[in-house]
Design a protein around this ligand. Sequence first.
Ligand code: FAD
Length: 312
Amino acid sequence: MATLVLVEHDNTELNPMTNRAVAAAAALGQPVDCLVSGVDCRIVAEQASRLHGVRTVLLASAEGLRHGPAEAVARVVMTVAEKYDAIVAPASTGGKDSLPRVAALLDVTHVSNVTKIIDPWTFEHPIVAGNAIEVVRTTQAIRILTVRTSAFEPVQGGGDATIVEITPDLAGVKGVVVSANTVVSDRPELSGARVVVSGGRALASRENFERLLHPLADALGAALGASRAAVDAGFAPGDWQVGQTGKIVAPEVYIAIGISGAVQHLAGMKDAKLIIAINKDADAPIFDAADYGLVGDLFEIVPQLVSELALP
Ligand code: FAD
Protein backbone atom coordinates (compact mmCIF):
# COMPACT_ATOMS: atom_id res chain seq x y z
CA MET A 1 0.00 0.00 0.00
CA ALA A 2 1.04 3.64 0.35
CA THR A 3 1.11 6.60 2.73
CA LEU A 4 -0.85 9.82 2.21
CA VAL A 5 0.43 13.12 3.63
CA LEU A 6 -1.91 16.09 4.13
CA VAL A 7 -0.15 19.19 2.81
CA GLU A 8 -0.19 22.27 5.03
CA HIS A 9 -0.55 25.50 3.03
CA ASP A 10 -2.37 28.81 2.60
CA ASN A 11 -3.48 28.23 -1.03
CA THR A 12 -0.34 29.93 -2.35
CA GLU A 13 2.59 28.57 -0.39
CA LEU A 14 3.49 25.19 1.03
CA ASN A 15 4.20 25.36 4.75
CA PRO A 16 7.68 23.88 5.49
CA MET A 17 6.03 21.66 8.13
CA THR A 18 5.00 19.53 5.15
CA ASN A 19 8.65 18.74 4.31
CA ARG A 20 9.01 17.27 7.80
CA ALA A 21 5.72 15.37 7.64
CA VAL A 22 6.87 13.82 4.34
CA ALA A 23 10.11 12.75 6.07
CA ALA A 24 8.05 11.03 8.78
CA ALA A 25 5.87 9.38 6.15
CA ALA A 26 8.93 8.15 4.26
CA ALA A 27 10.08 6.39 7.44
CA LEU A 28 7.06 4.08 7.09
CA GLY A 29 8.89 2.54 4.16
CA GLN A 30 6.31 2.69 1.40
CA PRO A 31 5.40 5.10 -1.44
CA VAL A 32 4.39 8.58 -0.28
CA ASP A 33 1.62 10.62 -1.92
CA CYS A 34 0.55 14.12 -0.91
CA LEU A 35 -2.93 15.60 -0.78
CA VAL A 36 -3.39 19.32 -1.42
CA SER A 37 -6.92 20.44 -0.64
CA GLY A 38 -7.84 24.07 -1.09
CA VAL A 39 -8.92 26.39 -3.87
CA ASP A 40 -6.89 27.72 -6.82
CA CYS A 41 -3.88 26.09 -5.23
CA ARG A 42 -2.19 24.29 -8.11
CA ILE A 43 0.93 26.28 -7.29
CA VAL A 44 1.04 24.47 -3.92
CA ALA A 45 0.64 21.11 -5.65
CA GLU A 46 3.61 22.03 -7.85
CA GLN A 47 5.70 22.86 -4.77
CA ALA A 48 4.69 19.54 -3.18
CA SER A 49 5.56 17.68 -6.38
CA ARG A 50 9.16 18.82 -5.99
CA LEU A 51 9.57 17.34 -2.50
CA HIS A 52 12.06 14.51 -2.49
CA GLY A 53 10.47 11.08 -2.40
CA VAL A 54 6.89 12.08 -3.23
CA ARG A 55 5.29 9.80 -5.84
CA THR A 56 1.98 11.54 -6.63
CA VAL A 57 0.31 14.76 -5.55
CA LEU A 58 -3.48 14.64 -5.37
CA LEU A 59 -5.05 18.07 -5.92
CA ALA A 60 -8.57 18.73 -4.68
CA SER A 61 -9.83 22.22 -5.47
CA ALA A 62 -13.20 23.60 -4.39
CA GLU A 63 -14.51 26.83 -2.92
CA GLY A 64 -15.62 24.90 0.17
CA LEU A 65 -11.95 24.09 0.86
CA ARG A 66 -10.70 27.71 0.76
CA HIS A 67 -10.12 27.92 4.50
CA GLY A 68 -9.47 24.20 4.91
CA PRO A 69 -12.31 23.46 7.32
CA ALA A 70 -11.55 20.15 9.01
CA GLU A 71 -14.93 18.61 8.25
CA ALA A 72 -14.47 19.23 4.52
CA VAL A 73 -10.81 18.12 4.50
CA ALA A 74 -11.83 14.88 6.21
CA ARG A 75 -14.40 14.29 3.45
CA VAL A 76 -11.71 14.78 0.80
CA VAL A 77 -9.43 12.31 2.54
CA MET A 78 -12.29 9.80 2.67
CA THR A 79 -12.63 10.09 -1.13
CA VAL A 80 -9.20 8.46 -1.51
CA ALA A 81 -8.65 6.70 1.83
CA GLU A 82 -9.17 3.15 0.55
CA LYS A 83 -5.91 3.41 -1.43
CA TYR A 84 -3.83 4.04 1.70
CA ASP A 85 -2.92 2.15 4.83
CA ALA A 86 -1.27 5.16 6.50
CA ILE A 87 -2.41 8.79 6.59
CA VAL A 88 -0.06 11.40 8.05
CA ALA A 89 -0.46 15.09 8.85
CA PRO A 90 1.58 17.61 10.83
CA ALA A 91 0.35 17.91 14.42
CA SER A 92 -0.70 21.47 13.59
CA THR A 93 -4.03 23.07 14.38
CA GLY A 94 -5.36 21.82 11.04
CA GLY A 95 -3.91 18.32 11.27
CA LYS A 96 -5.11 17.86 14.83
CA ASP A 97 -8.58 18.91 13.74
CA SER A 98 -8.98 16.90 10.54
CA LEU A 99 -7.21 13.58 11.16
CA PRO A 100 -9.20 12.55 14.27
CA ARG A 101 -12.31 13.08 12.14
CA VAL A 102 -10.84 10.80 9.46
CA ALA A 103 -10.06 8.23 12.15
CA ALA A 104 -13.65 8.42 13.39
CA LEU A 105 -15.05 8.02 9.88
CA LEU A 106 -12.80 4.96 9.36
CA ASP A 107 -13.63 3.64 12.83
CA VAL A 108 -9.97 3.41 13.89
CA THR A 109 -7.91 5.28 16.46
CA HIS A 110 -5.52 8.13 15.80
CA VAL A 111 -1.96 8.23 17.15
CA SER A 112 -1.18 11.84 18.03
CA ASN A 113 2.04 13.85 18.19
CA VAL A 114 4.34 11.10 16.92
CA THR A 115 7.98 12.00 17.59
CA LYS A 116 9.68 8.79 16.45
CA ILE A 117 8.86 5.97 14.09
CA ILE A 118 10.40 2.87 15.64
CA ASP A 119 9.04 0.62 12.91
CA PRO A 120 6.12 1.06 10.53
CA TRP A 121 3.62 -0.03 13.21
CA THR A 122 5.32 1.28 16.36
CA PHE A 123 5.56 4.91 17.37
CA GLU A 124 6.82 7.08 20.18
CA HIS A 125 4.91 10.11 21.37
CA PRO A 126 5.04 12.36 24.43
CA ILE A 127 2.30 12.25 27.05
CA VAL A 128 1.61 14.19 30.29
CA ALA A 129 3.03 17.47 28.95
CA GLY A 130 6.15 15.80 27.62
CA ASN A 131 7.06 14.30 30.98
CA ALA A 132 6.75 10.73 29.71
CA ILE A 133 7.26 9.06 26.37
CA GLU A 134 4.75 6.38 25.39
CA VAL A 135 5.44 3.67 22.85
CA VAL A 136 2.34 2.73 20.87
CA ARG A 137 2.07 -0.31 18.64
CA THR A 138 -0.98 -0.45 16.43
CA THR A 139 -2.46 -3.47 14.71
CA GLN A 140 -5.06 -1.48 12.82
CA ALA A 141 -5.33 -1.97 9.08
CA ILE A 142 -4.87 1.77 8.61
CA ARG A 143 -2.59 4.04 10.62
CA ILE A 144 -3.71 7.63 11.22
CA LEU A 145 -0.81 9.69 12.54
CA THR A 146 -0.28 13.32 13.39
CA VAL A 147 3.44 13.95 13.65
CA ARG A 148 5.33 16.51 15.71
CA THR A 149 7.22 18.02 12.81
CA SER A 150 10.02 19.42 14.96
CA ALA A 151 11.12 15.82 15.58
CA PHE A 152 11.82 15.07 11.90
CA GLU A 153 14.45 16.53 9.58
CA PRO A 154 12.79 18.06 6.51
CA VAL A 155 13.05 16.39 3.11
CA GLN A 156 14.65 18.59 0.49
CA GLY A 157 13.60 19.31 -3.09
CA GLY A 158 14.63 17.41 -6.19
CA GLY A 159 11.44 15.43 -6.61
CA ASP A 160 9.28 15.27 -9.72
CA ALA A 161 5.93 13.82 -8.68
CA THR A 162 2.90 13.58 -10.91
CA ILE A 163 -0.03 15.87 -10.09
CA VAL A 164 -3.46 14.25 -10.32
CA GLU A 165 -6.63 16.30 -9.91
CA ILE A 166 -9.40 14.66 -7.91
CA THR A 167 -13.00 15.74 -7.50
CA PRO A 168 -13.71 16.34 -3.85
CA ASP A 169 -16.91 14.83 -2.54
CA LEU A 170 -18.13 17.46 -0.11
CA ALA A 171 -21.66 16.12 0.10
CA GLY A 172 -22.74 16.02 3.70
CA VAL A 173 -20.43 18.81 4.86
CA LYS A 174 -22.62 20.94 7.09
CA GLY A 175 -20.25 23.68 8.27
CA VAL A 176 -19.13 26.50 5.99
CA VAL A 177 -16.38 29.00 6.83
CA VAL A 178 -17.83 32.35 5.80
CA SER A 179 -14.63 34.35 6.29
CA ALA A 180 -11.29 34.11 8.03
CA ASN A 181 -9.16 36.99 9.25
CA THR A 182 -5.55 36.01 9.16
CA VAL A 183 -2.78 38.05 10.72
CA VAL A 184 -0.43 39.41 8.09
CA SER A 185 3.14 39.82 9.29
CA ASP A 186 6.51 40.46 7.69
CA ARG A 187 8.10 38.22 10.30
CA PRO A 188 8.76 34.52 9.75
CA GLU A 189 5.94 32.18 10.78
CA LEU A 190 6.57 31.04 14.38
CA SER A 191 6.29 27.27 13.83
CA GLY A 192 8.83 27.20 11.01
CA ALA A 193 11.13 30.08 12.01
CA ARG A 194 14.92 29.65 12.10
CA VAL A 195 15.25 32.03 15.06
CA VAL A 196 12.62 32.73 17.75
CA VAL A 197 12.77 35.57 20.29
CA SER A 198 10.34 34.76 23.07
CA GLY A 199 9.26 36.86 26.03
CA GLY A 200 7.72 36.05 29.39
CA ARG A 201 5.75 37.64 32.17
CA ALA A 202 8.83 39.62 33.24
CA LEU A 203 8.38 41.92 30.23
CA ALA A 204 5.49 43.37 32.24
CA SER A 205 3.62 45.08 29.38
CA ARG A 206 2.73 44.99 25.70
CA GLU A 207 4.71 48.21 25.26
CA ASN A 208 7.85 46.53 26.62
CA PHE A 209 7.39 43.64 24.17
CA GLU A 210 7.30 46.20 21.37
CA ARG A 211 10.10 48.40 22.71
CA LEU A 212 12.53 45.59 23.63
CA LEU A 213 11.70 42.38 21.76
CA HIS A 214 10.61 43.75 18.37
CA PRO A 215 14.00 45.44 17.67
CA LEU A 216 15.84 42.28 18.73
CA ALA A 217 13.64 40.13 16.49
CA ASP A 218 14.12 42.62 13.64
CA ALA A 219 17.90 42.52 14.05
CA LEU A 220 17.90 38.71 13.94
CA GLY A 221 15.15 38.17 11.34
CA ALA A 222 13.35 36.21 14.04
CA ALA A 223 9.76 35.25 14.79
CA LEU A 224 8.30 36.42 18.08
CA GLY A 225 7.02 34.04 20.73
CA ALA A 226 5.74 34.29 24.28
CA SER A 227 5.02 32.30 27.40
CA ARG A 228 1.43 31.61 28.34
CA ALA A 229 1.74 33.98 31.31
CA ALA A 230 2.68 36.78 28.92
CA VAL A 231 -0.21 35.91 26.60
CA ASP A 232 -2.71 35.63 29.46
CA ALA A 233 -1.59 39.03 30.74
CA GLY A 234 -2.29 40.55 27.31
CA PHE A 235 1.35 41.40 26.58
CA ALA A 236 1.41 39.24 23.43
CA PRO A 237 -1.20 37.77 21.06
CA GLY A 238 -2.42 34.20 21.59
CA ASP A 239 -0.86 32.87 18.39
CA TRP A 240 2.60 33.67 19.79
CA GLN A 241 2.22 31.22 22.67
CA VAL A 242 4.89 28.53 22.77
CA GLY A 243 4.36 25.39 24.82
CA GLN A 244 2.13 22.51 25.65
CA THR A 245 -1.03 24.45 24.87
CA GLY A 246 0.60 26.71 22.30
CA LYS A 247 2.90 26.11 19.36
CA ILE A 248 5.69 23.54 19.26
CA VAL A 249 8.83 25.06 17.76
CA ALA A 250 12.26 23.67 16.93
CA PRO A 251 14.25 26.62 15.56
CA GLU A 252 18.00 26.81 15.15
CA VAL A 253 18.05 29.41 17.94
CA TYR A 254 15.48 30.07 20.68
CA ILE A 255 16.03 33.10 22.93
CA ALA A 256 13.93 32.94 26.12
CA ILE A 257 13.73 36.34 27.78
CA GLY A 258 12.24 36.64 31.25
CA ILE A 259 10.75 33.16 31.01
CA SER A 260 11.06 30.87 34.03
CA GLY A 261 11.12 27.59 32.07
CA ALA A 262 8.00 25.87 33.38
CA VAL A 263 7.61 22.33 32.08
CA GLN A 264 4.64 23.37 29.95
CA HIS A 265 6.77 26.01 28.23
CA LEU A 266 9.72 23.64 27.76
CA ALA A 267 7.36 21.16 26.09
CA GLY A 268 7.09 23.63 23.21
CA MET A 269 10.72 24.61 22.65
CA LYS A 270 13.12 22.10 24.16
CA ASP A 271 13.92 20.67 20.70
CA ALA A 272 15.48 23.99 19.59
CA LYS A 273 19.05 23.41 18.44
CA LEU A 274 20.45 26.26 20.58
CA ILE A 275 18.68 27.77 23.57
CA ILE A 276 19.75 31.10 25.03
CA ALA A 277 18.09 32.27 28.26
CA ILE A 278 18.08 35.68 29.91
CA ASN A 279 16.79 35.65 33.47
CA LYS A 280 17.68 37.53 36.62
CA ASP A 281 17.23 34.41 38.76
CA ALA A 282 20.28 32.16 38.43
CA ASP A 283 18.19 29.23 39.70
CA ALA A 284 15.42 29.61 37.10
CA PRO A 285 14.67 26.19 35.53
CA ILE A 286 15.12 27.60 32.03
CA PHE A 287 18.88 27.51 32.65
CA ASP A 288 18.73 23.70 32.92
CA ALA A 289 17.55 23.59 29.30
CA ALA A 290 19.70 26.46 28.02
CA ASP A 291 22.98 26.14 26.12
CA TYR A 292 23.87 29.75 27.02
CA GLY A 293 22.49 31.65 30.00
CA LEU A 294 22.74 35.31 30.85
CA VAL A 295 21.92 36.03 34.48
CA GLY A 296 20.76 39.62 34.74
CA ASP A 297 18.05 42.18 34.21
CA LEU A 298 16.47 41.87 30.78
CA PHE A 299 15.74 45.59 30.76
CA GLU A 300 19.51 46.20 30.70
CA ILE A 301 20.68 43.19 28.68
CA VAL A 302 18.24 43.31 25.75
CA PRO A 303 18.99 46.95 24.73
CA GLN A 304 22.72 46.15 24.94
CA LEU A 305 22.22 43.14 22.68
CA VAL A 306 20.25 45.20 20.17
CA SER A 307 22.88 47.93 20.06
CA GLU A 308 25.67 45.34 19.61
CA LEU A 309 23.73 43.70 16.77
CA ALA A 310 23.15 47.09 15.14
CA LEU A 311 26.89 47.76 14.93
CA PRO A 312 28.36 47.40 11.43
P1 FAD B 1 6.93 33.33 35.36
O1 FAD B 1 6.86 31.93 35.79
O2 FAD B 1 6.32 34.37 36.23
O3 FAD B 1 8.48 33.65 35.17
C1 FAD B 1 9.00 34.92 34.93
C2 FAD B 1 10.51 34.79 34.94
O4 FAD B 1 11.06 36.05 34.65
C3 FAD B 1 11.08 34.37 36.30
O5 FAD B 1 11.94 33.25 36.11
C4 FAD B 1 11.85 35.58 36.78
O6 FAD B 1 13.05 35.23 37.49
C5 FAD B 1 12.19 36.26 35.49
N1 FAD B 1 12.35 37.72 35.63
C6 FAD B 1 11.58 38.58 36.32
N2 FAD B 1 12.01 39.85 36.14
C7 FAD B 1 13.08 39.78 35.32
C8 FAD B 1 13.94 40.75 34.74
N3 FAD B 1 13.79 42.07 34.98
N4 FAD B 1 14.95 40.33 33.95
C9 FAD B 1 15.13 39.00 33.69
N5 FAD B 1 14.33 38.04 34.21
C10 FAD B 1 13.31 38.43 34.98
N6 FAD B 1 3.07 28.07 29.75
C11 FAD B 1 3.61 28.32 28.55
O7 FAD B 1 4.53 29.14 28.42
N7 FAD B 1 3.12 27.68 27.43
C12 FAD B 1 2.12 26.78 27.49
O8 FAD B 1 1.71 26.24 26.46
C13 FAD B 1 1.55 26.49 28.77
N8 FAD B 1 0.56 25.58 28.88
C14 FAD B 1 0.08 25.28 30.14
C15 FAD B 1 -0.87 24.28 30.27
C16 FAD B 1 -1.34 23.96 31.52
C17 FAD B 1 -2.37 22.86 31.66
C18 FAD B 1 -0.87 24.64 32.66
C19 FAD B 1 -1.38 24.30 34.02
C20 FAD B 1 0.06 25.64 32.53
C21 FAD B 1 0.55 25.99 31.26
N9 FAD B 1 1.50 26.98 31.10
C22 FAD B 1 2.05 27.20 29.88
C23 FAD B 1 1.87 27.90 32.20
C24 FAD B 1 3.20 27.55 32.86
O9 FAD B 1 2.96 26.59 33.90
C25 FAD B 1 3.83 28.80 33.49
O10 FAD B 1 2.91 29.39 34.38
C26 FAD B 1 4.24 29.86 32.47
O11 FAD B 1 5.02 29.28 31.45
C27 FAD B 1 5.05 30.94 33.18
O12 FAD B 1 5.35 31.96 32.29
P2 FAD B 1 6.62 32.87 32.53
O13 FAD B 1 7.84 32.02 32.60
O14 FAD B 1 6.58 33.96 31.53
O15 FAD B 1 6.30 33.56 33.94
